[in-house]
Design a protein. Sequence first.
Length: 158
Amino acid sequence: MFIDSEKRLKQLSDEAKKNTEDLEEAKKNSRFTQVSPKGWERVRELLKDSQGISALKLYSFLAEHIDPTCGAVVADQQFLAEKLGVSRSTIIRWLNYLESKNALVRIPVAGKVCAYALDPHEVWKGYNTTKNHAAFVTKTLVNKDGDIQRRIMAMFSN
């Protein structure tokens, strides 16, 4: 039972098209944030003291808004304060607390703007294969292609 070459080429083309469609469909799910068991452990740890309970507001905001390609949020502290309805000094206090608990890494970008990266083994939005290039792991905003750094530089060049 042999398939002639035209039928086989059509079959391969159809399979490739379906794979592409499946990949595009998976990308549509980008509004979801994955929280691993280690991430839930982090949440429970933060709930153990009043400072952690307060800082959880910032942690969850960052988790919700992380960039799926690098696992970080690029923002200044005043923006975060306005979004969360608190003072800038409260944001600074929460950031210091979360950093002391190794819940986030702060990466200076430009002026008062920083990237705030969460541990990709706790919270993640992108594909599993990109976790090794996460800002939390590399302590930089450059993925293997340098794409993120270029996008950030483009944001500040205008």
